[in-house]
Design a protein around this ligand. Structure first.
Ligand code: ZN
Ligand code: ZN
Ligand code: FE
Length: 759
């Protein structure tokens, strides 16, 4: 790759170092092209962690080169750091793309990228040699993280290594002027991967897959980061079959729309949501459904939202034909198991769920689920961070030693931190069985290899029963335990690069507290590594453990028996219709504190209200009660129930004791559940902002940070942001990492980093 340039005595030279997302996205060919355009000489090379450029030419040409370099980079590239220095012109007569130089710094690996507009155009062009080829890609798009087996990123270290490029593909690959120059997964129908359709017995068949979907069959489709179970989202009958076979009674199903026009028929799409759907990350975006749509209610039962994405691989485009508009695209796994990503396992484990298998022979090396994002007040909030984002690092305050933060057991991610970078794993799901834990360990090994990080300290949750805690204990490395909610709060501060003191609120399902009770509605003050708990929701007995978490009606029973005494039993009988034996048993057991643990959980509070209102008496998936309660809220309610804030030594205790009889009162007056649900949400908004006002008075702190799974509640967060900002608070929320337990590992890592720096 040599370009002849004119030697000029008026030349100047610049040495440029660029960091960001610049590997595997066509950045060096882009540099070559603009150097050529402006008749500049010199070289460009990849160092692993950066791209270095030496550029030589006339002042005018270099100016033109620099302008294009910084404003017209490839769509998937992102320049984070740009350093330029004038140097003595070495007198190059050509411009070269030099071989990569390996450095010790952690390298950056590009996430997978959705099919780019140029490739889509070629895909739809009958004259193009890749017409309808399901694996078309270029340097701007296609698989990356999911096919990378080792570093540096080269074809021989990807799962494409077994495919030998045909002369035409090779020519594109070797030509710096081509969009496919060094596109490692480059392929065509003559030399690349191919599709295979199998029936439920694993036998090859020749049917058309669109018509099979249209006929109401369920198909296991191998996508980018793993398998999807796919069926016609408008066919009520097949949805029922899918739910039955997958033992997924009520949890919402994600869908893929053929295109934006079709999506507009069913959902409201803001310009920002549209941009997200069409971005190279192409996540699932949670959209508000249009009320009068003809969509089956069983797609997202009792919710007013729908998780939607657009086709992000060429294969997805092949699944839609003229009669198919909307497909269910749910993760291909068995309930509680990790996402399936290889053909063999799919045929074995999805037998009995899928009627057909649409497979291909490009192996997936790293499984990676779809990411999930929702937009709140114009700002995207990620609730599942995986495809399109992982394994990009987050910038953090430098940690003094390499760390491994193991995360929490639900919605797990782990985090490897080195210097000022935190590498968060993709969402790995709930670590509840042997297979999910094996997947966890495998990913951990991959990340350590890619980023060459050898942790010297482990960071874990304080919950002694967590698998992650037990795993930490089994390893012979120094360990640091970080309290669950302090980790939540720290993750929020870390992603906002906020190092000063704040007031913080963390609301979630449960986390092990420093006093050994189950926390979940906690106010703190301080900074990362140094928080003090200032207030919490009044403890109630959590009797019955896991069963009570799954059965919100029991939590309602506990709340009513705790706060409504004698009338409580009357109301429990009337509204909860529980068997008299159970009520008597709970009444008896609640008298002895040996029978239960105490909890301030916000999730359980939502559960109890949802059950009392008859919205959700049994949780069929995590968070069902709270989500359905949110969906029910009437929008124009500003009324609220009473609450109290009292002092207990140094802690403030927030109590909703007086709310319960008033909810019953509203129910007796036949007020609608949507009215009561909204009034309950407004109560929390008022109680939280009142508490922050008191704490601001006492501490002088005016910045508040909000974290925890409950912050996924759009109604609550929206009103909280409005009220707190009205009162002059600066509010920090989550955008880059989930407010739920998916963000815990980042919080653990930065906390340990801070503690170790202080020693
Ligand atoms: Zn492309
Ligand atoms: Zn080829
Ligand atoms: Fe949590």
């Amino acid at each position: 790759m040599v370009l002849l340039g004119k030697k000029n005595i008026n030349t100047i030279a610049n040495k440029i170092t660029i960091r960001g997302i610049i590997q595997g996205v066509g950045f060096r060919p882009f540099v070559y092209k603009i150097a050529s355009k402006y008749s500049c000489t010199g070289w460009v090379r990849n160092t692993g962690s950066s791209v270095e450029i030496l550029i030589e030419g006339t002042a005018t040409n270099i100016k033109g080169f620099l302008t294009e370099l910084t404003t017209k980079s490839p769509p998937a590239a992102l320049i984070r750091d740009f350093v330029r220095a004038e140097v003595k012109p070495p007198g190059y007569t050509t411009f070269m793309i030099k071989e990569s130089r390996n450095q010790k710094e952690p390298i950056s690996i590009s996430p997978d990228l959705a099919l780019c507009p140029q490739c889509l155009k070629e895909f739809n062009d009958p004259a193009n040699r890749r017409f309808k080829y399901p694996f078309i890609n270029c340097t701007h798009c296609g698989p990356r993280f999911t096919i990378i087996q080792g570093i540096p990123y080269d074809r021989c270290k990807t799962t494409m290594s077994s495919f030998t490029m045909c002369p035409q593909c090779l020519e594109e690959y070797a030509n710096p002027q081509d969009r496919r120059f060094h596109a490692q997964p480059n392929a065509c129908q003559n030399c690349g991967p191919s599709l295979k359709l199998l029936d439920k017995y694993g036998q090859p068949c020749t049917e058309n897959y669109c018509s099979l979907l249209l006929q109401g069959y369920i198909m296991a489709v191998k996508s980018l980061g793993g398998f999807h179970l796919v069926c016609d989202a408008t066919n009520e009958k097949v949805l029922e079959t899918l739910r039955e076979r997958k033992s997924r009674e009520a949890k919402p199903l994600a869908v893929m729309a053929k295109n934006l026009e079709i999506l507009h028929k069913y959902c409201y799409v803001s310009p920002q949501e549209k941009n997200l759907l069409q971005s190279p990350q192409a996540p699932i975006v949670i959209l508000k459904q249009k009320k009068a749509t003809a969509l089956p209610a069983s797609l997202s039962p009792n919710l007013d939202t729908l998780g939607v994405m657009l086709p992000y691989t060429p294969l997805h485009h092949l699944l839609f034909d003229d009669n198919l508009e909307l497909l269910v695209m749910t993760s291909g796994n068995r309930s509680g198991e990790p996402l399936i990503y290889n053909n063999h396992e799919a045929i074995q484990k999805l037998a009995g769920i899928a009627d057909f298998f649409l497979l291909h022979n490009r192996p997936i090396y790293n499984r990676c689920d779809d990411s999930v994002i929702r937009v709140i007040q114009g700002i995207p909030q990620i609730t599942r961070r995986a495809r399109g984002f992982v394994p990009l690092p987050l910038s953090i305050s430098p940690v003094p030693t390499d760390l491994l933060a193991l995360g929490a057991d639900l919605k797990n991610t782990f985090c490897l931190a080195s210097s000022n970078k935190a590498f968060l794993s993709q969402h790995l799901g709930d670590l509840e069985n042997c297979n999910t834990f094996l997947a966890y360990k495998k990913n951990l090994q991959h990340f350590q290899e890619y980023f060459q990080i050898k942790p010297t300290t482990l960071v874990h949750d304080l919950h002694p029963g967590y698998l992650t805690t037990q795993y930490a204990n089994s390893l012979a490395l120094p360990k640091i335990g970080v309290q669950h909610h302090q980790a939540h709060l720290s993750s929020c501060l870390a992603e906002n690069n906020f190092t000063k003191e704040v007031l913080g609120l963390v609301c979630d399902g449960s986390g092990y507290g420093l006093d050994h009770h189950i926390w979940g509605f906690e106010f703190f003050s301080g900074s990362i590594g140094n928080f003090q708990r200032l207030a919490h929701l009044e403890y109630v007995p959590l009797l019955g453990g896991e069963t009570t978490i799954q059965k919100p009606e029991r939590m309602a029973l506990i709340y009513l028996l705790t706060y409504c005494q004698k009338e409580g039993i009357k109301w429990v009988e009337k509204y909860l219709q529980l068997p008299p034996g159970q009520i008597a048993l709970y009444e008896k057991l609640l008298k002895d504190s040996h029978n239960y643990v105490l909890t301030s959980s916000c999730g359980r509070l939502f559960d109890a209200v949802a059950a009392l209102l008859g919205v959700c008496r049994t949780n069929k998936y995590e968070g069902q009660g709270p989500m359905e309660l949110e969906a029910l809220c009437q929008t124009d309610i500003s009324k609220s129930y009473p609450f109290t804030i009292s002092e207990d030594n140094t802690l403030k205790i927030l109590s909703l004791a007086e709310m319960w009889p008033q909810i019953i009162n509203d129910m007796e007056r036949k007020k609608e559940p949507g009215y009561i649900a909204a009034k309950f949400h407004q109560t929390l908004v008022k109680m939280i902002s009142k508490t922050f006002l008191i704490l601001r008075e006492e501490t002088g702190l005016n910045t508040v940070a909000l974290s925890g799974g409950t912050m996924q509640n759009m109604y609550l967060l929206h009103h909280l942001l409005e009220t707190l900002r009205e009162k002059g608070f600066i509010v920090l929320t989550h955008h880059k990492v989930p407010p739920n337990d998916g963000g815990i590992s980042l919080g653990q890592a930065v906390t340990a980093g801070r503690l170790l720096s202080c020693v």
